[in-house]
Design a binder for this molecule. Structure first.
Ligand code: UT7
Length: 324
């Protein structure tokens, strides 16, 4: 029992379906541009559900699929860049919603943008291997629709709202390699501002824009580098050949990024699992949402080695190889 295994994956998508045609009524865009440049056909946007609500739905789905007693969960990590509050944390509110308030649970939010779920898996893995935690609930949950400038056609067509939740426990097999990395120097290419400096003791700065901004071209280049770098590092450290990986589940940002990576790494496109045409980019939710759907679709069998890989704001990137 020297590693940590994902025993179930749950998902929740926001209720309202927004098609590319719907967006063409809001900004100057069209289905042809969005589909061909990104691979996205539609996304789910929240009507009245919060980030905590989506996290709760995905978590209940994971708990039900696993059949475990929820009272054995003693660590909750929620990866998010769109929390309902800075405090309380989404993780603490999720603990309450799950009825685990009377239990000894370590609960906190984690921000590594779209790599958030990977970072959270890595942290949970270390907690579990240390022996201080029996079972961990690791969730990526986002309501990015509240962070988006709906007048900016360069970003508003890309994102969606949803959540993915994983249950992890100590096991003989499971995580075989993990890798994360970060680089702060190019951080202004993908920005979601927090509160402006504004106290009686600070110089008044111009209020920064409050919505997400992105230099799409730069992030595209970074993404292809980050996915390749992660795959190379994971294969090297685990001594696993790419032929032994049955599925690669990347952060779901843009189908063209994956086509480029496929050419660059010579990994066949069919090996990459994509469901972004239905959900768009759900940031830290996307890998969990995709994993849950791949499992529901019967694409992952016992013994399969699956590579999860994320990249995003920070800039951050990383991945894990997991044997199911
Ligand atoms: O989670 C990680 C975060 N994000 C990403 O991974 C995103 C990475 N980047 C991308 O996916 C792509 O760069 C985008 C999809 C954002 C943009 O695609 P692109 O092929 O890099 O297009 P572009 O930004 O170079 O824009 C090309 C043209 C421009 O018009 P002009 O200057 O050539 O006349 C844009 O104004 O497309 C225009 N454009 C649009 N046209 C119709 C930009 N957005 C739209 C739009 N509809 N929604």
């Amino acid at each position: 029992m020297d590693t940590c295994k994902i025993i179930a994956a749950g998902k929740a998508a926001a209720q309202r379906t927004v098609t590319n045609d719907d967006l063409s009524k809001i900004v100057e865009t069209n289905d042809e541009w969005i589909s061909s440049r990104t691979g996205i056909s539609r996304r789910q946007i929240t009507f009245d559900e919060s980030t905590t609500d989506l996290a709760y739905r995905a978590s209940v789905d994971a708990i039900n699929k696993s059949g475990i007693d929820k009272n054995t969960i003693d660590l909750i990590i929620v990866a998010t860049i769109s929390p309902d509050f800075f405090m309380p944390s989404t993780a603490s509110m999720l603990q309450y919603r799950l009825g685990l308030n009377e239990n000894n649970v370590t609960a906190f939010d984690l921000n590594a943008a779209c790599t958030g779920l990977i970072y959270a898996i890595q942290v949970a893995d270390k907690f579990i291997k240390s022996g201080s935690v029996r079972r961990a609930l690791v969730v990526g949950s986002e309501t990015l629709s509240r962070t988006i400038d709906w007048n900016d056609r360069g970003t508003c067509v890309l994102f969606g709202d949803g959540a993915g939740a994983l249950l992890l426990e100590r096991s003989d097999s499971g995580i075989m390699a993990d890798y994360t990395n970060s680089r702060g120097d190019a951080e202004m290419n993908l920005v979601l501002p927090a509160l402006p400096l504004d106290s009686p003791f600070s110089s008044k700065l111009d209020s920064p824009p409050s919505k997400m901004t992105m230099n799409g071209g730069e992030i595209f280049k970074f993404a292809t580098f980050a996915i390749k770098d992660t795959i190379d590092n994971l294969l090297r450290s685990s001594r696993i050949e790419i032929e032994d990986i049955s599925l690669v589940i990347p952060h779901q940002a843009n189908g063209r990024i994956i086509s480029k990576v496929s050419k660059l790494t010579k990994i066949p496109l069919e090996k990459f699992y994509l469901n972004l045409s239905k959900y768009g980019n759900t940031s830290s939710a996307s890998i969990g949402l995709a994993l849950a759907e791949a499992m529901e679709d019967g694409l992952i069998k016992k013994g399969d080695k699956v590579l999860l890989v994320g990249f995003g704001g920070g800039l951050t990137w990383g991945g894990v190889i997991h044997e199911f």
